[in-house]
Ligand binder design. Structure first.
Ligand code: PEP
Ligand code: MN
Length: 343
């Protein structure tokens, strides 16, 4: 249920509505808008008398929300949400590029790659310290040492850091060192982790599970917002299909669909979708065209030595070409590509 307050509703009237909702054991989420405040309600609303709320002073209307998700929905918040990651806005008029290695392998490797992606124009640095690997024998990441490396590289380059928390045990460390917490595709339905990141003090990059529907993705985000963290960026990273020409299938139509339903920013990850480097540029172009708010791209200067995902990592000159393409295409869809090189 969504309560829309009148334009001239007084703060005390808003507060009385909030109190009425909470007196029924429900959670009230006041959403101030440019014109008026809306109040979203979550919890079991069966016991709340709709007519009673509708007659309270300052209330314009009470709307039934027909979807299972609420806080992530445009019915709750009409304007696009802009999520700031280390001062970089995601979801506004600027198209954002997150780039870096799949894994943090060493300080030198991470610094080299961070410097080159920054020189090419990337806005945020990615790199996994904790790696969710299909095989227990594959490189699992440097763990806390990897987090410390990322923090040092941020000091050196000024690039804010996005890195994955693979479970609740490592979350506090990720929150301490990173500017945004990534929840990986394999964890999109790890509800304990979602609730914990919902209570953490960092923005969250939530990746779509490889077999998750758009509704399931939005409900996963709903867990995070419901716990009080409104700063969620969604990421389409490719889903499993019968295709055998690429690692996954980048579900481009999910981007406008999610943006239609939700106010949250949506980026794509062409690297994990494609699984090999030649398709990363075309899928990035398509992502800009389809209205994504940004892309996340894996880059390595020595991909043959990479400890994970070397086949899909762009070489430095390929990444430069990708940035040039993004700069050319973004204005065609009314986006700009900020340059932070001087930061
Ligand atoms: C990653 O971005 O490092 C990653 C493991 O991606 P995904 O969760 O999408 O597989
Ligand atoms: Mn990877």
């Amino acid at each position: 249920m969504l309560i829309v307050m009148k334009m001239d509703a007084a703060p005390e009237q808003i507060e009385s509505v909030v109190q009425k909702i909470e007196a029924h054991g429900l959670k009230a989420h006041a959403i101030p808008g440019a014109q008026r405040t809306a109040i979203g309600i979550t919890g079991n609303i069966g016991a709340l008398d709709r007519a009673l709320v509708a007659s309270m002073p300052g209330v314009l209307e009470v709307i039934r929300v027909s979807h299972p998700y609420k806080l992530v929905s445009r019915e709750f918040r009409h304007q696009d949400t802009v999520v700031e990651i280390g001062g970089v806005p995601v979801g506004g008029p600027e198209f954002v590029v997150i780039a870096g290695p799949c894994s943090v392998e060493s300080y030198e490797q991470t610094l080299r790659i961070a410097r080159l992606v920054k020189a090419a124009g990337a806005h945020l640095l990615r790199g996994g310290a904790y790696k969710p690997r299909t095989s227990p024998y594959s490189f699992q990441g440097l763990g806390e040492e990897g987090l410390r490396i990322l923090a040092r590289v941020r000091e050196e380059t000024g690039l804010p850091v996005v890195t994955e928390a693979t479970d609740i045990d490592v979350l506090d460390g990720v929150v301490e060192y990173a500017d945004a917490v990534q929840v990986g595709a394999r964890n999109m339905q790890n509800y304990t982790l979602l609730k914990r990141v919902g209570r953490c003090a960092r923005p969250v990059l939530l990746k779509r599970g490889m077999n998750a529907t758009v509704t399931e993705l939005l409900l996963a985000a709903e867990y995070i917002l419901d716990q009080g963290n409104p700063n969620v960026v969604l990421c389409e990273r490719g889903i499993r299909t019968f295709t055998d020409h690429s690692r996954n299938t980048l579900d481009l139509s999910a981007v406008p669909e999610v943006k239609r339903i939700s106010h949250l920013p949506v980026i794509t990850d062409p690297s994990h979708a494609a699984g090999e480097r030649t398709k990363v540029l075309p899928l990035t172009r398509a992502s800009v065209a389809v209205g994504a708010d940004g892309v996340m791209i894996e880059v390595h200067d020595r991909p043959e030595e990479a400890l994970s995902d070397g086949d899909q990592a762009l070489l430095p000159e390929e990444f430069e070409r990708l940035m040039a393409a993004v700069r050319r295409l973004a204005p065609l869809v009314e986006r700009s590509v900020p340059s932070y090189a001087a930061r």
